[in-house]
Every structure is written in C-alpha cells, then in structure tokens.
Design a protein around this ligand. Structure first.
Ligand code: 13P
Length: 255
C-alpha cells in the first residue's frame, strides 16, 4: 500500500529537558513558524510538569501534546505515577511508551503492553518504541528482537485499534549518538515491522505510521522520509529547537 494512505508524523521527545517556563518560550517560537497549509501531523511529548504550558500554548494549532510515559493502572497507590485519564484530562493526545531509556530502567514488554492497552482505552495515541542494541545488531538478532517487542507490546490490541497506534523504530545505537541508521537500514526494519503488523492485524496495519528515531535531524530527514515505510520521525535532541524540529517536518515528500 502506498504511504499516502497513512499519516506522516513528526513527534518530538523532549526527554528530561526544559522547564515549564522554557516550554512557554519554545511554543511561542514554534507557533510563529508553524506552516499554515496542509502538513504532516506534529506531536510534542514533554515532561509531565510541562504539559499544561504546552497544551495552553498549542490550543487551536495543529500540534498535539503528549506525555513521555504513563502508568497502566487507572488509579491508586502508585506514588509518583500518572494515569492515562489524567493525561487526557490535561489535554494530551499522545503518550510515548516503551522508550529504550525507560526499558533500561526496568520496563518490560509486559509493562509496555499494559500501558499500550491503557492508553488506547483512554483514547490516547500510544507511540510504542522498539529497537535493538548494537550488540544485538552485531549478533544478527535484530529482527527476532523487534518481532518479540512488537508482538508482546501489542498483545491484545484489537484489530480496529491498530490504526490508532504509532510505532517508533529507534535503534539504541543511534539514539543521541549522532550515528543515524542509513535510510536503507531504517527501511529494511520498517518494512519488516510492517510485515509483522500485517500478519497480526491484516490490511489495517498499512495505516499504522512507523516512525524512525535516532539522531534524526534536518540534514538526514529527507533521505530517511523518502523511504516507503518510514512515515516520520521521533526526534530527541533536534526537537529541543523549534526551527530544527520543524525543518525535519519539511523533509517529507509532498503528499
Ligand atoms: P535523538 O534524536 O536525540 O537521537 O533521540 C532519539 C530518541 O530517543 C527519540 O525518542
């Protein structure tokens, strides 16, 4: 299926950067340079305390605000955690789930799965991350690893909900390292992920955006986004500057 039938998306992941005041400043700059016409979907996932400022600033714009994590439980004794309905009430549209930096802190595929289901139930768009380490790539187990992350992470997702999921392929060796996967390496894994999704969800999987993440910047985005199965980017470092972030979105071939 041609990718014009699915959304193209640029999503920012601020990680543990920026205060609420800095968020306000960033959003003012972003608003000033947002393209007016038809464009890709734009999401910005920010630290929890920055969500109110981001939502307030981006009301009535094309930019959807998201969180960087959530808890799968509806409520209760989970000190420091944030439930999906709280994110919805705060104005979030997206939530990143299973980022490798959170997996490194102990998040398992079962946790990721529970969060994906909770996010979908609440009406949020989960951006579910997957990706191999350098060691796994060098051992030749990249596809096995990705298959496991996708299948376990999406277990129990109903067929009609897969369109609401965004997958982000983020090879760990490319995150924050300046070492981007080549467009060919990204396309190979994205196409592979699409095959797994098709086996599991049928034709609906063709509508699931698969984003690339890992040292994506304005200079390499056009080559990556030109690939059939690369539907956008999950951007870390380059999403901290409004102009760089939007310049990445300009990398899409016109739809
Ligand atoms: P960088 O763009 O800084 O490599 O980070 C990618 C990432 O982890 C996005 O989630």
């Amino acid at each position: 299926m041609n990718r014009k039938y699915r959304k193209t998306v640029i999503a920012g992941n601020w990680k543990m950067n920026k205060t609420p005041s800095e968020t306000k400043e960033f959003m003012t700059q972003l608003k000033a340079i947002l393209p007016k016409g038809r464009w890709c979907d734009v999401a910005l996932c920010v630290p929890a305390v920055c969500i109110p400022a981001a939502v307030r600033a981006m009301r009535e714009t094309r930019v959807g605000i998201g969180a960087e994590n959530c808890n799968a439980n509806a409520s209760g004794a989970y000190t420091g955690e944030i439930a999906t309905n709280m994110l919805v009430d705060a104005g979030c549209k997206y939530v990143i789930i299973g980022h490798s930096e959170r997996r490194a802190m102990g998040e398992t595929d079962a946790d990721v799965n529970a969060k994906v289901l909770a996010a979908l139930n609440a009406g949020l768009t989960p951006i579910m991350c997957c990706g191999e380490s350098l060691e796994q790539r060098q051992s030749g187990i990249t596809t096995e690893w990705i298959t496991m992350q996708i299948k376990l992470g999406l277990a129990g997702v109903p067929e009609d909900k897969i369109r609401k999921v965004i997958i982000a392929y983020e090879p760990i060796w490319a995150i924050g390292t300046g070492k981007t996967a080549t467009a060919e390496q990204a396309q190979e894994i994205h196409a592979y992920i699409r095959t797994i999704l098709r086996e599991k969800f049928g034709a609906a999987a063709d509508e699931t955006p698969i984003l690339y993440g890992g040292s994506c910047k304005p200079s390499n985005a056009p080559e990556l986004f030109a690939k059939e199965d690369v539907d956008g980017g999950l951007i870390g470092g380059a999403a901290l500057k409004a102009a760089d972030f939007l310049a990445i979105g300009k990398g899409f071939p016109q739809k």
